[in-house]
Design a binder for this molecule. Structure first.
Ligand SMILES: Cc1ncc(COP(=O)(O)O)c(C=O)c1O
Length: 410
């Protein structure tokens, strides 16, 4: 399809050609089972050992603290269930936030239903960020795990994980702290000691690596009950024949992300700033969702709620105009419910239905942003004209959210 514009990097990123190159030998020459004894298999084993050491180096961990998984969802599940089941003698209380990915929220809910867990959910401010003091206030003697995401996938809000971990550990040194760093690792240097966490989730496909490879970092001494049992791979922590090619690809993507980080940040921030500035200038009655201070927001993320339109309908029209974007997380696209993140931030439900998320990346250009700024206002105008409710003035409860005037000028 010619001239398509991809603004959905938070859903997944195009694999970098250098990543694909690095993976190819593990399909054609070194495809053997790394647990076998012959020389070809030992080369695959060596590649995994080197990958483990490289991931450890990048995040400031020890190689034996790295578990390779199939991705972010599996790592999140392993962190929650693994720590919970290994700590039952200490307690059944865990804490998470209202804006986590469903890999955390739905796992926690299942643990309440099936495993007798007690879960406290900490709320967020209108910018989608978690208040570290609010987390601290929920920590009890029997709290075994706190899981708070580093950066939010829908509104880009970055949490102060270091401060959260510091407060949690000060109140109860036995409470483990996990962070889902799936969205931040593409943009920020993620170092486990700087963050002060005991467990951390990564996935390769959000930083130009392949899908099907993820990492769970587990600090030495952290109690963890394996969830996939079988052949004893990953030091008995996660069974299953290793996906050597995907693991090698993840590490190559991590190396590139690290060496090109400064340039990526400058590039993604410039385009992000244009969208955050210019969308509200061109479309009346628009809210920027998530932080407006770029220091609190991951580079490349620009998200909005547009009053009097359905986000899903705008997305379909954008798709026809050649622009691929999202209304929130890919997993909730297609559902009629407004985003749980925007609702948790306190946004009125009807306004939240107009949510749009543009997540920019390496291949995007100023011309891409120009094109979006050209097509989006006319799409919104057309849809508002079709609206069954008269679109003249925003209701009073929208006003604190809107970045511009609450009166239609179109
Ligand atoms: C914050 C967050 N956590 C977890 C995941 C799940 O990762 P994966 O798709 O690798 O299972 C995602 C993917 O959208 C995400 O954005």
């Amino acid at each position: 399809m010619p001239d398509r514009i991809y603004f959905d990097h938070a859903a997944t990123t195009p694999p970098d050609p250098r990543v694909v190159q690095a993976m190819l030998p593990y399909f054609s020459e070194m495809w053997h089972n790394p647990s076998s004894i012959y020389v070809e298999a030992q080369r695959a084993r060596q590649a995994i050992d080197e990958a483990r050491a490289a991931v450890a180096l990048h995040i400031g961990a020890k190689p034996e603290e790295i578990i390779f998984t199939s991705g972010g969802s599996e790592s999140d599940n392993l962190a929650l269930r693994g720590v919970y089941e290994a700590s039952l003698s200490r307690g059944r209380h865990i804490i998470t936030s209202s804006v986590e990915h469903h890999a955390i929220l739905d796992t926690a809910e299942t643990m309440v239903r099936n495993l007798g867990a007690e879960v406290s959910i900490v709320g967020v401010g209108p910018d989608g960020r978690v208040d570290p003091a609010a987390v601290e206030a929920l920590v009890r003697d029997d709290t075994t795990l706190v899981s708070i995401m580093h950066a939010n996938n829908e509104v880009g809000a970055i949490n102060d994980i270091a401060e959260i971990a510091r407060r949690v550990h000060a109140k109860n040194p036995k409470t483990m702290v996990h962070t889902d760093a799936v969205q931040s690792a593409a943009h920020l240097a993620v170092r486990v000691d700087d963050l002060g966490v005991d467990l951390l989730t990564l996935t390769g496909h959000k930083f130009y690596g392949p899908r099907g490879a993820g990492v769970l970092y587990v600090r030495s001494g952290t109690p963890l009950q394996p969830q996939i049992i079988g052949g004893g791979q990953e030091d008995d922590q996660r069974a299953g024949t290793e996906n050597t090619a995907a693991i090698v690809g993840l590490v190559e993507a991590m190396r590139i992300a690290s060496s090109e980080r400064e340039a990526d940040i400058v590039h993604d921030r410039a385009l992000q700033q244009r969208l955050l500035d210019e969308v509200p200038q061109r479309i009346p009655m628009v809210a920027i969702t998530g932080p407006t201070d770029l220091d609190q927001r991951v580079p490349g993320s620009a998200s909005f709620a547009i009053a009097f339109v359905e986000g899903e309908s705008v997305l379909l029209a954008l798709d026809l105009a050649g622009v691929a974007a999202s209304s929130g997380s890919a997993c909730t696209t297609g559902s009629v419910e407004p985003s749980h993140v925007l609702v948790a931030m306190g946004m009125p439900t009807e306004l939240a239905r107009g949510s749009l998320r543009f997540t920019l990346g390496r291949s995007n250009t100023d011309a891409d942003v120009d094109r979006l700024l050209e097509v989006l206002p006319s799409i919104v105008e057309r849809m508002r004209k079709l609206s069954p409710v008269p679109v003249t003035e925003a209701p009073a409860e929208y006003l604190p959210w809107l970045s511009n005037e609450g009166v239609a000028t179109t």
